[in-house]
Design a protein around this ligand. Sequence first.
Ligand code: SF4
Length: 573
Amino acid sequence: MRPVLDLAEAATGDAAALRRVLMGPLVALTLSATREIERRASVRGWADALEHAGDRVRPVAMLLAAPGWATEQSAADGFWHLWTTLPGLVRLALDDAGDRRALSSFSQALDRLRERDPAAGLSTYAAMVRSEDFEAEPLISFRDADADRVTLTTLHQAKGMEFDVVFIADAREGVLPDLRSRDSLLGTRHLSPNLSGDDRAYSRFRIQEERRLAYTAMCRARARVVWTCTVGAPDHSGGAPSRFLSLVAGRPLDAAVQGPEEHSTPTTPRDAEAWLRRRIGDATLPAAERLAALGALATDDPWRPRPISAFAGVLAPGPDSGLLGPSPRLSPSQAEAYATCPRRYAFERLLRISDGGSKYADLGALIHSVLEVVERTAVGAGADHGTIEDALAVLSAQFDPAAFDGPPWADSWRARAERILRHLYACWPGKGPAVGFETAVEYELDGVHWVGRVDRAEQREGGIHIIDYKTGTSVPKVDEAAGAVQLGFYVLASGDDVTGAEFWYPGDAPGKRKSVTVRSFKMGRKPEVLAAMLAVQRGVLAEEWPTTPGDHCERCPVRIVCPQWPEGREAYS
Ligand code: SF4
């Protein structure tokens, strides 16, 4: 229910609710991706920011662009609108029986609301839920009697129950006690002759009421009560610890509240991991430090996280060194990344801080894999190349809709893959029998190893011709490709038999062009490629990570820690 109510609140312009939607189960964006949208929204407005935030956010953008489903339609009709337009909502219900029952119960509640008040929309319902705090009721009804499990409930709903251990979470001022100025939906304040109409007297009454509520909650425990309080949360909702904490502890607040034990230098792997997790969750820290903590946790070996001070651009200004391992290996794709922006290269390739992979890259990897299987099989059977029928069969076997966000998005990605393969096989640009697929190649340059993989090698003109498949739509100019470092590296690394190298672009206007776009390397430009590789190699070995601002910054996932931009400068202050 929570994502639906958040969406309804977001439709009324509530930015915090929209943030919860973006980071919640319906969209599941990372914190940095959400920050990027917010940054763009602050300059160009929400409509523009959401429109440009990618496929995952597009359904939400469309819903917020026409919010009548939340503000004008009845709550039940608004919910039905969401159900039929948001694939993520259906997926939530399909994936989890608990969510399915909660959504079913929720829709019944909305039906009852429509009978009572047909004009009340989802946004009205969300406001009622927020003020009355009755959303946990369906959760309680799903609780198995005597089950050994955690029960999530509100303080009100816990009345009459007993548990071995009770956690009273997030005991902050404003939450417990909750002294928001409000009246009950039932208007009991005005109905009861015992309640004062005087606001100050009513406030005192409310505090007593909240205190009784806290006492009741504590008495639910047979063995132990644990109070927790968050003063810095990822959604910036931190606040002062509840006044009840000192009452419960019988000591002043400072003495009653114990922060998590902090080691200046974690002494065990568990200490280190807990320390990093706390930093990620502490909204009072600069974004760069939290991102760096995330990067450290995401390393391949979580039991040996690097100290925060080892990360470039974090904490105090200083040398950006210590990022390279003892014997670095380079590749043409690394060279391309370094040439575009050394700073971004350091963040993404060495510190592994990024938003994660893109669906375009996943599609490219899938098509490469399909082509490898089809072409190996075809050449093994004596043919020069495979057929579209074989390729579509292998695509069917390898395509995993879940990896492409399920239908309808996955259908669209699959159709795209099919278009690319159909175009490739309808206008096959090969000119000889294949002699190698996905062949690993290596080249040593001044003691540094460069590595890569050749997609396809053909026998042509008495030698070997190298082919690299490109599934994107962006085709370089003829002159750029003629001096491409990637093709030049393959030529250098594949020996003296190589007579040429080229890129194939089957993703360039498939179905419209009568041939597959091909871009060839000019063999006379090998010295130029060597010079470019040496320049990258020297820059990387010297750990030079300057920024190179340009159009590419617009979609750079590490911009929030880039010193070139205001949002990243806090990392260097
Ligand atoms: S924002 Fe631009 S300059 Fe900064 S790291 Fe990213 S690509 Fe480089």
